[in-house]
Ligand binder design. Structure first.
Ligand code: SF4
Length: 432
């Protein structure tokens, strides 16, 4: 059993089972199951562990990981031993804890152009001994189907296209993805591993200090594309953004995607999901990067009963629910860095202004400028301040500078006072 020494635990790193992170509500322990898959039995064990060793709160993260909150120094050793015994602890080492992120529909989606699970597995296995990658580095492997991973914020994006079994390779860039080339499906894992090894080598040799591929100098990014022997870039087809709730037809059954407000999940909800997966489905739960749970293998006639029970238990089952327009981190007081109660304020916005938030609109309420819940831009970003107000950023991210600082009531009054575009309403230049 190996865990990070207590004295070395710090905020801001990439937490795992062996490396818990100190937060406002105690230690945070993050699990990284491959493909986000849990059996019903594993889900029950994790729920019991969160109840017995933590404060009963769990989060599903924007990469489809699961974190247990409120663990104490006294309860952590028992939790680590339990998760190791259940093979739910990451391998020893400095990470990344899990290199790949997938759609929860991977391996099931009839719209996919490849077996994304197999590609991801090959990348994980090939990079298991690779040193020099930053702990937060990750690769999205997108089969090109119903749930695009374009906004997940990966370092390297692999997207299967319908054109001749090709995989498009993209890097995160301001505002969009930058496509650097393509590889055949059979060569895709090898090409991805070349890029990973090349980037690690650049870091180890001191050629770059970039911690993410998006921060790499363009000439070095081009060098990586050459190293991977990528063919010329062909961007994949545009697709609608991934839904956060609803059902998907998988042959003669359906997969049901349940959302959780801001990814917050209680031990009761996780246990209930495990029960539903056995009663209605195939005994499997998949954690989704949309901050919810996918239950595969549900018969058509069981969908209404499952949806009704899930809605009663606090899951979001309707893709038009205004809460799905809001993103919020744990904020104050659960996070020690929090300057604002982000989830509480986000729910107030959803209740008061929900009718103004059409599907697809994003409002990001962040407890502080770190923006843990959402790295990219939103239609409206609110960043908590020490004076109790929010920095208001239309069409931007928590990293953008703004001169508009408003209380929550002032923000909601502005939203309610106009009837057109939400970001237009928040823009000080256009609302004078
Ligand atoms: S963004 Fe939210 S969760 Fe992240 S450090 Fe700030 S308050 Fe904490």
């Amino acid at each position: 059993m190996s865990a990070q020494p207590m004295s070395e635990r710090r905020r801001g790193w990439c937490p795992g089972v062996r490396r818990p992170m100190a937060t406002g509500d105690g230690l945070l322990v993050r699990l990284h199951p491959f493909g986000g898959r849990l059996t019903a039995g594993q889900a029950r064990i994790v729920a019991g562990a969160a109840r017995d060793h933590g404060n009963g709160h769990l989060d599903i993260t924007a990469r489809g990981n699961l974190q247990i909150r409120g663990v104490s120094e006294e309860t952590y050793p028992g939790l680590l031993a339990l998760l190791e015994r259940e093979a739910l602890a990451e391998p020893e080492g400095n990470g990344p804890n899990r290199l790949t992120a997938l759609s929860p529909l991977a391996g099931l989606d009839p719209q996919d152009h490849c077996d994304a699970l197999a590609v991801a597995r090959a990348i994980e296995d090939g990079a298991s001994d690779l040193a020099g990658l930053p702990a937060k580095f990750f690769v999205s492997v997108d089969g090109g189907g119903s749930m695009p991973l374009d906004a997940i914020g990966a370092d390297l994006h692999l997207v299967a296209t319908s054109r001749g079994n090709a995989i498009a390779f993209g890097l995160a860039a301001p505002g969009d993805l930058h496509w650097i080339g393509t590889a055949s499906l059979s060569r895709a894992p090898e090409a991805a591993l070349s890029i990973l090894a090349g980037f690690a080598d650049m870091r180890l040799s001191g050629r770059t200090e970039a911690r993410r591929l998006r921060d790499l100098e363009p000439a070095l990014a081009k060098e990586l594309a050459v190293l991977a022997a990528l063919a010329f870039a062909v961007p994949p087809q545009e697709r609608p953004v991934a839904p956060h709730a609803g059902s998907f037809r998988i042959q003669d059954r359906q997969a049901v995607l349940l959302a959780l407000p801001f990814g917050r999940c209680s031990t009761v909800q996780l246990t209930q999901a495990a029960d539903w997966s056995e009663r209605f489905g195939c005994g499997e739960i998949r954690l989704s990067f949309t901050r919810g749970l996918l239950l595969p293998g549900i018969w058509d006639e069981q969908i209404p009963m499952l949806m009704a029970e899930a809605a009663r238990s606090g899951f979001i089952t309707d893709a038009d629910d205004p809460r799905l327009s809001l993103i919020a981190c744990p904020g104050k007081p659960d996070c020690a860095s929090g300057l604002a109660p982000a989830p509480v304020d986000a729910l107030r916005i959803a209740e008061t202004c929900g009718g103004l938030l059409p599907q697809g609109t994003t409002v990001h309420v962040s407890g502080c400028p770190k923006g843990c819940a959402h790295a990219g831009k939103a239609d409206l970003t609110l960043v908590g301040r020490a004076d109790g107000r929010y920095d208001v950023v239309p069409h931007g991210s928590t990293r953008d500078v703004t001169l508009l600082h408003l209380s929550l009531d002032e923000i909601m009054n502005r939203l309610l006072s106009k009837t057109s575009d939400i970001a237009y309403r928040a823009n000080p230049e256009r609302t004078r």
